[in-house]
Design a protein around this ligand. Structure first.
Ligand code: HEC
Ligand code: HEC
Length: 224
């Protein structure tokens, strides 16, 4: 399986930013991930070891996986709006303690860009790739609104008429187990007109930010 991740890098050349594209090779990333394996696994429902389980880390707010004793530094970074995207992971993996001073991750980093892209491609798995630029459309506070799971369940009754957990062949995506950040971004995009789909535009038009957070919290908890 070869998964490709495109990373637009802004390289300041003679003062003018130039966009480069770099591809990651997930198979090579799986081999490189052995360096991380002493502290991390990346498996659905896998355990957190010295470091947190990295399954589905793309789209996750830094320092927020349940049951992990994070450093105050990484938790504060998350509260400040740091979300793991291709770009932020690239920065962190290059120099963990330079990127988050005070982080508990004692790993010297991956100096080679290709190595970082390959590891990120491996971590991407089947998750939708979230880029900082997309998340940047919304203010970071949107992602910190506490969702009410029970209220989300109540609101979900009109969603499951179309979005069944088992999926369907009519082009309706499965939304159970979706990362909250990706879920929130999708609903805001429909509501704000950044993403076009007649049904979803109508459905989201009535939803408040709190209701979107509650739906995201509820669907994230459902088993796939
Ligand atoms: C020596 C152990 C160790 C190694 C090796 C290590 N990590 Fe970590 N990692 C940690 C710890 C501990 C944390 C939590 C950091 C904190 O609390 O400040 C962490 C945090 C992270 C996070 C943030 C996760 C979150 O939930 O916010 C990512 C991403 C990450 N590591 C990726 C990697 C990758 C990829 C590698 C290999 C290239 C790697 N780490 C190697 C120990 C390690
Ligand atoms: C009448 C059917 C229908 C209803 C009701 C409906 N959806 Fe959707 N939903 C769709 C379709 C079709 C798509 C794919 C649209 C597209 O291609 O962008 C979609 C897309 C989505 C996505 C984006 C998924 C992704 O992978 O990008 C999310 C999240 C979502 N819906 C959540 C909800 C929620 C929450 C509700 C209830 C409040 C809801 N939907 C109600 C049909 C429906």
């Amino acid at each position: 399986m070869l998964r490709r991740v495109l990373l637009p890098i802004l390289a300041a050349l003679a003062g003018a930013p130039v966009a480069l594209a770099q591809e990651g090779d997930a198979e090579r990333g799986a081999v490189l991930f052995r360096q991380c394996n002493s502290c991390h696994v990346a498996e659905p429902d896998g355990p957190s070891r010295t470091g947190p389980n990295l399954y589905g880390v793309l789209g996750r707010t830094a320092g927020t996986l349940d049951g992990v004793r994070y450093s105050p530094a990484i938790r504060e970074a998350g509260e400040g709006g740091l979300i793991w995207t291709v770009e932020t992971l690239d920065g962190f993996l290059q120099d963990p303690r330079g990127y988050i001073p005070g982080s508990r991750m004692s790993f010297r980093g991956l100096p080679d860009l290709q190595d970082r892209m390959d590891v990120i491609a491996y971590l991407t798995g089947d998750a939708p790739v979230v880029h900082s630029s997309e998340l940047g459309r919304l203010s970071p506070e949107i992602f910190t609104i506490e969702g009410d799971v029970e209220y989300g369940e109540y609101l979900s009754s009109e969603c499951v008429a179309c979005h069944s957990a088992s999926g369907s062949d009519e082009g309706i995506p499965v939304i159970t187990g979706l990362e909250p950040e990706a879920f929130i971004l999708a609903l805001h995009d429909y509501r704000d007109g950044h993403r076009e789909h007649q049904v979803m535009t109508t459905v989201t038009a009535r939803l408040t930010d709190e209701e979107i957070a509650s739906l995201a919290a509820y669907f994230a908890e459902l088993e796939e």
